[in-house]
Design a protein. Structure first.
Length: 304
């Protein structure tokens, strides 16, 4: 009998039951701090589906007063209504930001143009006479694993400059990449926060694949995704799995998804392991509808 309504999945405790912070991430954080003086600006990549949780408070402390541009990637997978609210919130924080889809060349040109603008404004504040608009821009790319850093660099370089894989934690060393005579990028390994604040946040990060499935398993994120899309009544979710209604228990939904995706074992039992994989793949490719985890904080205090 399926039972996906256990309290350990459906009602997260205050703290996450897991963390993912391998040794190379601590080393990467130290190297980021060491290399800050060699770059003009830091481009922090986040996932637009989790604008705040896909950030990293430890990186905030490390960067200090260094110029920063927050690029919220994968906006094509995010809920437009929620993104409009997040746009207002980020503007209130006073930190430069841009929502974009890294696979759109025009969007990447806007990112570099905005980065140059931020750097020039900072230089004008410090020493107006030293501003050279033709100076080479040196940019460090940071962020959580699997937020799209390598894809962004490859799009800018118009080549496979870095390894791209649908698996978090592939980049484990820093490397300089020359885009053209006016632009150099320093690619850095993805760095997770040492501690995930809550179980719910951990499930968000697992769903967007910032955390490898091998760490959390596929069941808990799949259950979370099904509950989420039943709650928001996503028409794409309903159509994808041939559901007649959103008024379903999680167990009922899994049984219907198993039938819709052909994940049936002998004696007609659902093959749940295959169902979990299908749900995660469908979600990450945007087949279940656009979403956005979390809402902007009410406080105007800086929490970027």
């Amino acid at each position: 009998m399926i039972n996906h309504n256990r309290k350990d999945v459906g009602a997260p405790p205050d703290k996450a039951a897991f963390n993912w912070y391998p040794g190379h991430m601590a080393k990467a954080l130290r190297q980021i701090k060491e290399k800050l003086k060699t770059v003009d600006i830091v481009l922090e990549i986040r996932d637009a589906r989790a604008p705040l949780v896909s950030g990293n408070k430890v990186l905030d402390v490390t960067l200090g007063s260094k110029s920063r541009l927050i690029l919220l990637n994968k906006v094509n997978l995010a809920d437009p209504e929620m993104i409009a609210k997040w746009e207002v919130w980020f503007k209130e924080q006073g930190v430069p930001y841009i929502f974009a889809n890294c696979f759109e060349k025009s969007a990447m040109k806007k990112v570099i143009a905005l980065a140059r603008k931020v750097v020039e404004e900072k230089r004008l504040e410090c020493n107006p006479e030293m501003v050279d608009q033709k100076a080479k821009l040196r940019l460090m790319v940071i962020g959580l694993p699997n937020t799209g850093k390598s894809s962004i660099i490859n799009q800018l370089a118009n080549k496979k400059a870095t390894k791209v894989a649908d698996k978090p934690g592939q980049t484990q060393v820093q490397q300089w990449i020359t885009i053209d005579k006016d632009l150099e990028l320093l690619d850095t390994p993805g760095v997770m926060p040492p501690n995930i604040e809550s179980e719910e946040h951990g499930l968000w990060l697992s769903a967007i694949h910032a955390i490898p499935d091998a760490i959390v398993g596929e069941e808990a994120p799949a259950i979370f995704i099904v509950k989420y899309f039943l709650k928001i009544e996503s028409p794409e979710f309903k159509e994808r799995y041939k559901l007649n209604s959103f008024d379903l228990s999680v167990d009922e939904a899994f049984e219907k998804i198993a039938k819709a995706r052909g994940c049936i074992k002998q004696k007609g039992l659902p093959d749940l392991d295959r169902v979990y994989k299908h749900i995660l793949l469908d979600f990450r490719s945007g087949e279940l509808g656009k979403c956005c985890f979390g809402v902007p904080p009410k406080s105007k205090a800086k929490k970027v």
